[in-house]
Design a protein around this ligand. Sequence first.
Ligand code: M6R
Length: 352
Amino acid sequence: MLKEIHEQPTALAQTLQGRVTNGDEVTFDDFAPGAFAGVTDVQFVACGTSYHAALYATQFLASRGVRAQAFRAGEYATSPAPVKSDTLVVGVTQSGETADTLSSLRSAHSRGARTLAVTNVVGSTAAREADDSLFIRAGPEIGVAATKTFSSQIASLALLGERIIRDRTGLASDGVSELLESLESLDRDVRRVIDESRAEEIATAYLDEQSYFFIGRDIAHPVALEGALKFKEITYEHAEGFAAGELKHGPLALVTPETPVFAVFTGSHDEQTLSNVQQVQARGAPVIAIASEEHDAAIETADEALTYPDATAEVAAILANVQLQLVAYHVADHLGRAIDKPRNLAKSVTVK
Ligand code: M6R
């Protein structure tokens, strides 16, 4: 896992190679011009970490005016959402072999929707069966915990999102220049996060707690969910991710000085997340902010901070997530867990 965390700058460079150009436009030639012009709505189906990437893609599109939803493939396979012939159903699956995601894609296809597999494995079942494929080009991932493939999924889905918007409207989305600028330095920025991270120090300071919470809103929400999944998967400690605004609707009852809260800031609606931070601090919980190094308010309000180079929110999500991968890794390492082969889990889940 640690090796694959360190491979992320290379993986991301491969993912983006030839797909982004300088200037003010994303060049993404994986599909013929206008390929998505008739798409009215997008449904993403995926499991686990890939579901979090799907949620990210949903946020990306929905915030730019495209109707998009993410579904857990295990649910969609048995309770599918209605589709039309101009619905694009995207299966996000690193392996391309996850049974529930394949069933969901098949169900969508049989009901007349157009299907697309976003996968890391050329020749996988998803790639062979879907109408189209988008390869994330992260390189082989061996560790059960998905790390570099999540980063590459997100980067690929941002490009796909831009392409869908351009095909539908003939125009690049608002904010495309900032996205491009952040993507251009992404591999170097991820390298800096890895090289300068204080995650091990934070991990050792909070090794023996009752439970670990992860919060974020907007595009930081899937990052919070992913941070919690990675943490529980390899540390075997209880961890939960929440939409920050949901805390006061129930989870706040669990917050004590023994529940460290990792608060993810990406620069989108951060003031509201800061007020959620103050709510948990009032109950005694220590807060670790994951924030841009320029985000003084988050850094000063939180008890600790893990920072990343400033970037647009969609790219900040990738940088913030790398810090959370490192926290999970170091806690698991200090607890002596079998990090590369966590108990009860398989790399690829080929049964329903
Ligand atoms: O191969 P897939 O992307 O379809 O796998 C989906 C999940 O099984 C996978 O992301 C799982 O949640 C990871 N091991 C988590 O690290």
